[in-house]
Design a protein around this ligand. Structure first.
Ligand SMILES: [Zn+2]
Length: 119
């Protein structure tokens, strides 16, 4: 993945982290005021509106979980391993990263892991 793209993802991750912190600390009224479609989105934030809308529906626990994933994704950006699946070491397809920039796994590993948890 080239540096420009990684910077885009890094920006997306940072803004998700900021949003999570806001959601965790602000009161409920913040959720009603916030409109992801009208907030400033530059071209790098392609998936931001979707991610934000989904986050508003999440529980506090889920937000904390995502926050951890975002943190570890940011560490990977620094170490140059961002976008590599933690389980199979293959590159995660960009379509998936655009939808879930903090995901540590590719689609097939994710579904294997989810099946494990279901048992
Ligand atoms: Zn994988």
């Amino acid at each position: 993945m080239d540096t420009t793209k990684i910077q885009h993802y890094k920006k997306a991750l940072l803004s998700i982290q900021t949003r999570i912190n806001q959601l965790l600390t602000k009161e409920q009224s913040f959720l009603r005021e916030f409109n992801p479609l009208t907030e400033s989105l530059d071209e790098g934030d392609f998936s931001q509106a979707t991610v934000d809308r989904e986050m508003e529906l999440l529980s506090r626990d889920a937000l904390l979980q995502i926050s951890k994933l975002v943190e570890s994704a940011l560490k990977k950006v620094e170490s140059g391993t961002y976008g590599i699946c933690e389980r199979c070491q293959q590159e995660i397809p960009e379509g998936r990263l655009k939808a879930l920039p903090y995901t540590p796994y590719c689609v097939s590993c994710q579904s294997i892991i989810e099946k494990k948890y279901e048992k």
